[in-house]
Design a protein around this ligand. Structure first.
Ligand SMILES: [Zn+2]
Ligand SMILES: [Zn+2]
Length: 268
């Protein structure tokens, strides 16, 4: 039931973003959809199939097990239901922010995460393009955290849906008026905010790690308003892997082993 609900929300949001991108694109991308989408969507389908046939909705299942066995902080400390719900969502979302920083900080993790950043364009499909090993590592971290926190099951579902929706939205190549973007950014990560994170400039790549709310970057000092070169002029991707012939489906899967990680990871 939960899986079907999540899949329907995902498909509807993906379709809405794809239409929005074709009607009101923010930038003309260097490479057409026909070059990048087959690769990004093939990686997405592979990730979905691998997760489905192995662990499935592991985070939600862990929250259910925690409720049955009384595991975790929120089953030990008695809080009003609404507070446990909000606190669980906030802690899970902040943990994903920290995990994203970690994937930039640790060289071997950056090699995996590099697949997301090596996309030479930036649109809704970029938000789905993650190496399967990164997907499994994030899942493992999420499961451990859910077991430790024992959050309400509903909070875990909401967190997953918002994270997914956030990633589709903030990778969108969609035009949003400047004033609206400024207002939205007080709360959520907008495409203009997350695009800075996809810049080839190392200092810009290592900023704006949030995927849903913009607060964690502001609180932790990793927020950067705009790219130095401007959105129209900035280069997207990583400086060391720009040959499209190396960035096909197989090339991307092998990139952690064969790719040049450059000087991006901040603990090199
Ligand atoms: Zn990143
Ligand atoms: Zn991204």
């Amino acid at each position: 039931m939960e899986a079907a609900l999540r899949l329907s929300i995902f498909v509807a949001l993906f379709a809405a973003m794809a239409v929005w991108e074709s009607q009101r694109p923010r930038l003309t991308l260097a490479q057409p959809r026909s070059r990048r989408w087959p690769v990004n969507l093939a990686i997405t389908v592979l990730d979905m199939v691998l997760v489905r046939i192995t662990v499935g909705a592991a985070a939600v299942a862990t929250a259910q097990a925690a409720a049955v066995h009384g595991w975790g902080l929120f089953h030990t400390v008695a809080l009003p239901g609404w507070l446990a719900f909000v606190a669980s969502w906030a802690l899970l979302d902040f943990a994903i922010y920290l995990q994203h920083c970690l994937f930039h900080a640790v060289p071997v993790l950056w090699r995996l995460h590099m697949v997301h950043h090596a996309d030479l364009g930036f649109d809704v499909t970029t938000g789905l393009r993650f190496h399967p090993v990164e997907i499994f590592l994030s899942l493992a971290i999420k499961v451990a955290l859910v077991a430790a926190l024992g959050p309400p099951v509903g909070a875990v579902i909401l967190f997953e849906v918002l994270l997914n929706a956030g990633s589709l939205f903030n990778h969108g190549n969609v035009a949003i008026p400047e004033g609206v973007d400024r207002w939205l950014r007080r709360f959520v990560v907008t495409p203009d905010m997350h695009r800075v994170h996809h810049s080839v400039v190392v200092a810009e790549t290592n900023s704006n790690f949030g995927f849903s709310v913009s607060w964690w970057d502001r609180l932790c000092g990793t927020y950067r308003g705009q790219p130095a070169a401007g959105h129209e002029q900035m280069q997207i991707g990583i400086a060391t892997e720009r040959d499209p012939t190396r960035l096909g489906f197989l090339g991307c899967l092998l990139l952690p082993a064969t790719g040049d990680p450059g000087r991006y990871s901040f603990r090199r």
